[in-house]
Design a protein around this ligand. Structure first.
Ligand SMILES: C[S@@+](CC[C@H](N)C(=O)[O-])C[C@H]1O[C@@H](n2cnc3c(N)ncnc32)[C@H](O)[C@@H]1O
Length: 228
């Protein structure tokens, strides 16, 4: 158990260091502006993205994650952030509260349609979403790595992740991967994510694919006379 905690800590501390290093090749951060007073990070780990964003005083920063070890580490590093143990598919905050919801390398581990619906619910109308995703090429690379090391269980899992990405691409749905600790992991395609975002009530979607697969969108504002 202690060994797993150490692994968790070293991962999140390394990611915090990357988040604090703009020139690092793995550095990718949400653009936080002074319009963003209430910010939520879904799958926050130890809150590395929020911590490195150096948020102005007076705002509210919240992070949720299912990993209590990561949250404890975050609480030790930054006492101003509200860390709550919760899943992205059931966000324990009021509707229409946040100006910005971010999720860095965590949404691919969730049931995407449920998590996006929850992110949309807690965002204010016109609020901003910023997420990073995993392209199918990443799952293929992991699969080839598993096969080359003859890790058959790992290879079977990666094939399920790829199949989940294809299910998302063609039908907008995911299936539950049996016997997995992360039962809804998937990879994403442009089409799959755009479909999921529009179903969850987002608009002005934008996709950037370079070193990272970054997606931004806004929660749609209700049109006059159309109650939500
Ligand atoms: C790769 S880490 C990313 C952590 C952090 N966002 C970062 O950028 O370094 C993925 C995180 O997502 C969390 N996670 C996985 N499934 C989740 C879920 N269903 N709801 C909330 N968090 C989840 C994991 O516990 C883990 O801390």
């Amino acid at each position: 158990m202690a060994h797993r905690e150490t692994d968790t800590e070293s991962y999140h501390l390394r990611e915090l260091s990357i988040a604090n290093t703009p020139g690092h090749r793995s550095h990718v951060m949400p653009p936080v502006t002074n319009r963003h007073r209430h910010i939520l990070d879904v799958g926050c780990g130890a809150g590395q993205t929020l911590i490195a964003s150096k948020l102005a005083p007076g705002g509210v920063a919240c992070g949720i994650d299912i990993d209590s070890d990561a949250l404890s580490l975050g609480r030790r590093i930054d006492a101003k952030i509200h860390f709550v143990r919760a899943s992205g598919e059931a966000i324990p905050f009021a509707s229409d509260y946040f100006d910005l919801v971010v999720s860095r390398v965590a949404l691919p581990m969730m049931n995407i349609s449920r998590a996006l619906a929850e992110m949309g619910r807690v965002l204010k109308d016109g609020g901003d979403l910023w997420v990073t995703l995993h392209p199918p090429s990443m799952a293929v690379k992991d699969l080839l790595g598993n096969l080359s090391r003859l890790e058959l269980k790992g290879a079977a899992y990666r094939m399920a992740v790829l199949a989940n990405g294809m299910a998302l691409h063609f039908s907008g749905k995911q299936f539950r991967i049996p016997f997995s600790r992360i039962p809804y992991e998937s990879c994403q395609t442009n089409r799959g994510v755009l479909k999921s975002l529009s179903r969850a009530g987002f608009e002005q979607m934008n996709i950037r694919r370079d070193n990272f697969f970054v997606v931004t969108a806004k929660k749609s504002k209700p049109t006059n006379g159309t109650p939500r």
